[in-house]
Design a binder for this molecule. Structure first.
Ligand code: HSE
Length: 309
């Protein structure tokens, strides 16, 4: 039994920890290769393949963590052996750790015949995020699990909106080839301001309203305006090379919105079809100017995680 889950881009500017999109650019797969009764719940990652397989550990692994949590919570005493295929670049802000956890929870729950509500599946997969980010957060796992667009509108208990916009927006995913610091997500979460002046909170809330309206109606201009953030991004941009310059250049070249993708250093750029080539070229020139290699991919919204075979 093998499950596939797509990468994601969380936050989209004003939607920190609450809004995410699943993207069809990259995916991970997790296969259950063996399972048997055991005196305690246990998960062994027996192999990790794929283009990014060497970049993830077998022990402190989000898929392992998520499934062990599910087995304990559901009181299932099994030893489960998993094989991972990592197709999502690691530590780039594309929800790589979340996708592995989602695919693992989906594959194991199907094999063991465990019925999970979507909130249960998302919260089990979110346990995996503790390994990579130091805290639980559910935006990336919700997007990988449900596909398309997700909005978390309550965190405890978890309540999730799944939105399939009436138009399929086109994004550019910009991956600067820079090395992220060790435990990057944990670091860039720790530097976010804990207190925010009221006027900034109000402006950010206005952007969040625009973001959700744009995603729900498919109004790309309003959506692009929602992709601004004055709270999290200003604190994080030191870890995102050339962010301000790239953002300014992309918007001048016709992009509708630009944001740091998840915890960075990748960016997500909303574009019109007819402007995509110009915007991509303008962004590439900025990085080349500074001698930073960059990969840029076009992305559309991805479907939910699913069983492959
Ligand atoms: N919302 C999360 C963050 C996504 O920005 O830290 C990264 O996992």
């Amino acid at each position: 039994m093998k499950a596939r889950a797509y990468c994601s881009s969380a936050n989209l500017g004003s939607g920190f920890d609450l809004v995410a999109v699943a993207l069809n650019t990259f995916y991970d797969e997790v296969a259950v290769v063996d399972y048997k009764s055991s005196d305690k719940p246990e998960v062994e990652i027996v192999d990790i393949k794929g283009p990014y397989g060497e970049e993830v550990p077998r022990e402190l692994n989000t898929a392992k963590q998520a499934v062990e949590y599910m087995l304990r919570d559901k009181k299932l005493s099994y030893k489960v052996c998993l094989e991972l295929w990592k197709g999502i670049p690691v530590e780039k802000g594309l929800g790589s750790s979340a996708a592995s956890a989602v695919a693992a929870v989906l594959a194991v729950s199907k094999v063991l015949g465990v019925e999970l509500s979507r909130e249960e599946a998302i919260s089990y997969a979110g346990e995996g995020e503790v390994v990579s980010a130091g805290t639980r957060h559910y935006d990336s796992v919700a997007a990988s699990y449900l596909g398309h667009v997700v909005v978390l509108y309550n965190l405890n208990p978890l309540k999730v909106l799944h939105i399939k916009p009436p138009v399929d927006p086109l994004f550019l995913i910009v991956l600067p080839q820079v090395k992220a610091p060790l435990r990057k997500t944990s670091i860039v979460r720790s530097i976010i301001p804990r207190k925010v002046p009221l006027e900034i909170h109000v402006r950010n809330s206005a952007r969040l309203a625009a973001l959700i309206y744009g995603l729900t109606t498919g109004n790309l201009s309003v959506l692009g305006e929602g992709m601004f953030d004055e709270i999290v991004e200003p604190a994080r941009e030191v870890y995102v090379p050339l962010y301000r310059r790239v953002k300014r250049t992309a918007l001048t070249a016709g992009a509708k919105g630009v944001a740091i993708s998840g915890a960075g250093p990748s960016l997500i750029v909303l574009v019109n079809e007819e402007k995509a080539v110009d915007v991509e070229k303008a962004i590439r020139e900025v990085y080349e100017d500074e001698g930073i290699a960059v990969e840029i991919k076009q992305a559309r919204l991805a479907p939910p995680a699913y069983i492959v075979d």
